[in-house]
Design a protein around this ligand. Sequence first.
Ligand code: F6P
Length: 545
Amino acid sequence: MSSPSRTTLHEWQAVADHARATGRLTLRELFAAEPIRAERFSFEACGLFVDHSKQRLTEGTLPLLIRLAEACGLRERIEAMFTGERINTTEGRAVLHVALRAPRGETILVDGKDVVPEVHEVLDRMAAFCRRVRSGDWLGHTGKPIRNVVNIGIGGSDLGPVMAFTALRHYADRALTFRFVSNVDGTDFAEATRDLDPAETLFIVSSKTFTTQETLANAHTARAWLLTSLCDEAAVAKHFVAVSTNAVEVAAFGIDTATMFGFWDWVGGRYSMDSAIGLSTMLAIGPEEFHELLAGFHAMDEHFRAAPFEANLPALQGLITVWNATFLGAATIAVLPYDQYLARFPAYLQQLTMESNGKRVTLSGRVIDDYQTCPVFWGEPGTNGQHSFYQLIHQGTQLIPCDFIGFIESLNPLGQHHDLLMANCFAQAEALAFGKTAAEVRADGVPEELVPHKTFPGNRPSTMILARRLTPRLLGSLIALYEHAVFTAGVIWDINPFDQWGVELGKVLAKRIVPELESAEDPKLGHHDHSTAMLIRRYREARSG
Ligand code: F6P
């Protein structure tokens, strides 16, 4: 029996009524009405200062959203997650990425078994391996030390490692070269390896399931690439390690399970960058800094679990996402880091947010037809985006709330650069919120026919996330902020953020099409729709012709 829609809760209706009643208030009016607004709506924890004052919130909005969260059982759901309940009900699994960063000595039980010692056992093995590689003690098959590390994985087994490597490059061992191969497009592998010496290259095959088509194709290609040069099967043991939950498939691929780093079915792919999937991150920054990253995650975990919702960064962020997407009708949210090191952060967040909450069925199986769930997340670093898509955010017809992320100190202080960067960051949020009225434009002496074009409507909401410095610890807290915000929003929308059935159909159909592309015969009549059959035929004919 499916449970009633969230819309039947009177707390939901109260938020909906409030949105209707306050929807016409502008940020100009809200700021004018309350001079200390920035203080009321600013929050701080784990090194992150978060200013929500430029969101379209009145004094009454957050209390109503918090009441909704309570009515939806957010507090109980948080406890259920942290105590290892199988809250990923459609896969029958616990959801315990928080255990990946639990300090040694803490206890987290799954089916009566404490999982924290196993987590640290793997972390210790990873650290020992990373020390050997980083010190030059781990030798390749020909006796040369490893100089290049290539992570092969896709989705959560790629986006987290790439994002973390890019974000923490400042802390990385520059003597090692890191590459990431994800796409089954051969170009990805070819370009990643074209200038590498196989004798100095280590492949990390990262796959939770070790059955992912793209990753296995790339791993087989990597193996052939290595053996073409080193001409000895025994070389595989020195140049391949695996990160997976599936020891059987790892062994079947030919990687010694002694050089496999494991994790567990209670870690979702998009929540796995701090598990052994972070091996490339640890190789880059070293075990000590990796533990700092984990400490940052853990600090935010504790904050999320303990802080009252009124001051709880992830809970508030998740609730404001719901407010914008479901009650104010925003179909997308832009994530705009003003830090080049966070260039891949929006891409990482796309999987985290949209693979988690991009769903239209409730936990009890009801199709949601009475409210919108997850918006599209996207973005690019500032200031680059300003010269590309910000036009639409400022003057387009859609409401696009923005998350700005900036730092007080640059990791590469160069003249005036950082002040220019942050001046732009603050200016964009100000311009979006307050715009420029037609009267102000006219006062600048703009000819009347250009006034509408040069007017900025403003009232475009944003959140500013500010921190002192991008460190491994800070990055951990920032990611955990978003992880738990995603969970919060999922609870309000009554969906399971931890499965991903929506990726399956395309995989099945692709498997069916592969032999058809390679066969000499036309696909069987009725096997595909007219369009797909035509495309397959055209591809085959052009290839063979
Ligand atoms: O296809 C989606 C997905 O299952 C993601 O959820 C996951 O992160 C990715 O594929 C890679 O999966 P694996 O780590 O098992 O190769």
